[in-house]
Write a protein that binds this ligand. Sequence first.
Ligand code: CU
Length: 228
Amino acid sequence: MPPSQRRASAALLVVALVLSIALVPSISGPRSSAPSSGVRTSTNGVDYLNVSVTDSLTFETSLSEVQPGDTVHVTVTQLGTIDHTFTLAPTAGFTFPTTDSAGDLDSYFSSHAPLVDVQVGTTTGGHYFGNFTAPPVGVYEYVCEEPGHFPSMSGLLGSGEAPGNLATNTGPGAPVYIIAGSIVGLVIVALVLGFVVGKRRGSSDEMPPERLGYPEPTPTTPEPPHAP
Ligand SMILES: [Cu+2]
């Protein structure tokens, strides 16, 4: 690699590294100072959890986290036409095996009273209500008990912590992938730019003529005769 190309590549690599280091803290730093959507919005001990259900067997929830001790008002809106339930398990850190049948869910809830159990009727656009007191710190699973709706209809609600903190969720979080992706992307960009810049400079002042596809021009003045 000619010196000018080496210099250009080195400069771009330094820029990429500086950008990577600058980006990491902004992505992985503490997020408590900037509440994300999904965390409680009230300051008076009352949370409103809006849930919608559809015929495609999905839950959409307005909150992913509530605060322990808060009164949580649940409103479930039927966007389709099929019976559902919104049933919140009372045990922190517990999730149902995804192979569980509706009967398995029923038998669990018969010995573990749900925190809230909203029965959702078939009136499209209808609202169905429930209340519960947010439980001690932990992550809690909610499910639909209608046959065949679990595990498609299930999700996690955090109380005093983000749902992603559930102990069984051991994979790296999204920020890890974002940071790794940013670094790899910047390095690739730096290498490509370094190659292009180096090639352009080299073509004008350092690339040997035979590499450019035309023969070296023959000297127009004959060399002086060698001394005997
Ligand atoms: Cu359902």
